[in-house]
Design a protein around this ligand. Structure first.
Ligand SMILES: [Zn+2]
Length: 182
């Protein structure tokens, strides 16, 4: 999609990065957490009983971390590790909803809002389907958008790979942003 805005408005500030004014931006995120000690996991802000917990510096919410990466990717600002380093004690055991809220604040400060987002959780166990709608609502509430703009789905890997061996859980997220007009 071309951006002819500056051509139409030659007096506009030429120092402004033209990429900032793109009407749409897309981002992709991926995260994995390994199972460890514990009896529950947190995914999409939902606490789910399980035979293991996650090994993580934060609460290990693999879905919200993938989503943070997708949002940061969409605005061209790196990844979650750059903004919330795992050697920083501030983020020890932190509720990842806080990380998502802070990440989305960066997005809105750049003048963008979520059009829609789509996520996939890769998990052999536990069963995700009973929790999907609650995850959608949690994410929508943090971002201040409608649940209809948030899609969460889950799949097993038919017992293949690390997820299939129940060593951990992965998540993918794709997000579309649109520019907010005054
Ligand atoms: Zn993570």
């Amino acid at each position: 999609m071309s951006n002819n805005h500056s051509k139409d408005n030659p007096s506009e500030n030429s120092n402004e990065n033209s990429s900032e004014r793109l009407p749409f931006r897309i981002g992709h995120g991926y995260d994995v957490h390994r199972f460890g000690d514990g009896d529950c996991i947190i995914i999409g802000g939902e606490k789910i009983k399980h035979h293991s917990g996650f090994i993580a510096h934060s609460d290990g919410d693999v879905l919200l971390h993938a989503l943070c990466d997708a949002l940061l990717g969409a605005i061209g600002e790196g990844d979650i590790g750059r903004h919330f380093p795992d050697d920083d004690s501030t983020y020890e055991n932190i509720d990842s909803s806080i990380l998502l809220r802070q990440t989305y604040q960066r997005v809105t400060e750049r003048g963008y809002s979520v059009a829609n987002l789509d996520c996939t959780i890769i998990a052999q166990t536990p069963k995700m389907s009973p929790h999907i709608n609650a995850m959608r609502k949690n994410i929508a509430d943090v971002l201040g958008v409608s649940s209809t703009q948030v899609n969460v789905k889950a799949t097993t890997t038919e017992t293949l790979g690390f997820a299939g061996r129940e060593e951990g859980i992965a998540a993918y997220a794709v997000v579309m942003l649109y520019i907010m007009t005054d």
